[in-house]
Design a binder for this molecule. Structure first.
Ligand SMILES: *Cc1c(COP(=O)(O)O)cnc(C)c1O
Length: 295
């Protein structure tokens, strides 16, 4: 059954006052509250893809991800909410057991493990498994698409006033470019600071440049040496932030972005009185890994 995309907008927006960060003018856009499990930015990215599926008479979303992919879980949750079947090719030969995969299964997603070599050619995988299925919609890894950028741009339209900076965790630069489009559409001067949480800051900068957003989007390194790489000082701070604010942040995405914001404020690169919006992109499942909880 074809169901509409669940209405959630606008997501909450509030001032954040905490000793964990020196800013006096820090606001949080709470896309983490859009869904209890699915990352908020993934929800944004999928909105117009679901519309496309409905419009084109498709009944299943077929996508790609690693065993710890927030996009995988978000696609599963969204499909379940919208009456679409979901399928995901899972990269690598790791055992199909962790809380991301179990959650995706709960939402009814079919998981298809493939070798790292096969995973490289996604078009071929789709063609081999779903090529003859007119009801299958190809959804790129991470949801990357024009539809995704359009969905993210709606975040900007929900902001009550023009901030000096928007800062967020960034991996593929899709969210970054979507924010950039939204800002450009409104003629704002807001700067997007995209914190690269994996070691691909140059690649992300290039994507922003190709999108014509060099003047708006700046990619800052925040990876700490790689995806999911951390250190004890940082982990301690993330835990302290959660304990002192009651807001969940995770060590892979939002924690790294907020830690980078802290450094930018402390160094004076971002003045403490300037209005800053932190886009909370979600990532709740990242908190529930034993490595973090028991660290
Ligand atoms: C996927 C994800 C991001 C990165 O989004 P991109 O559009 O790929 O840059 C940021 N935060 C969270 C919590 C995510 O799950």
């Amino acid at each position: 059954m074809k169901r509409r995309y669940p209405h959630h907008q606008p997501s909450q927006f509030h001032l954040l006052e905490t000793d964990c960060l020196p800013s006096q003018n820090l606001w949080m856009k709470r896309d983490d509250l859009i869904h209890p499990i699915a990352s908020g930015n993934k929800w944004r990215k999928l909105k117009f893809l679901v519309e496309k599926a409905h419009r084109e008479g498709k009944s299943k979303l077929v996508t790609f991800g690693g065993a710890y992919s927030n996009h995988m879980v978000a696609t599963a949750a969204t499909g379940a909410a919208c009456g679409l079947q979901t399928h995901c090719f899972i990269r690598g030969d790791e055992p199909l057991q962790n809380h991301y995969l179990s959650t995706a299964r709960l939402f009814g997603m079919q998981l298809i493990p493939v070798s790292r070599a096969d995973y490289k050619n996604k078009e071929l995988l789709f063609h081999t498994h779903f090529g003859s299925d007119a009801h299958a919609l190809y959804v790129a890894e991470g949801g990357e698409s024009e539809e995704a950028r359009k969905g993210v741009a709606e975040i900007i339209q929900e902001l009550p006033t023009e901030p000096a900076f928007i800062i967020h965790a960034s991996a593929t630069a899709t969210t970054a470019c979507g924010l950039g489009y939204g800002i450009r559409d409104l003629g704002w001067k807001t700067k997007v600071l995209s914190v690269a949480v994996l070691k691909n800051a140059e690649e992300q900068t290039e994507k922003a440049r190709e999108a014509g957003l060099s003047g708006t989007v700046t990619v800052i390194r925040g990876d700490m040496g790689g995806y999911a790489k951390t250190n004890p000082e940082f982990l301690g701070w993330v835990k302290q932030f959660i304990a002192l604010t009651g807001i969940f942040i995770d060590p892979v995405y939002t924690g790294k972005a907020l830690w980078t914001l802290k450094q930018q404020l402390e160094s004076g690169a971002i003045p403490c009185d300037k209005p800053v919006v932190f886009l909370h992109t979600g990532g709740t499942l990242g908190i529930f890994s034993p490595e973090f909880l028991n660290a």
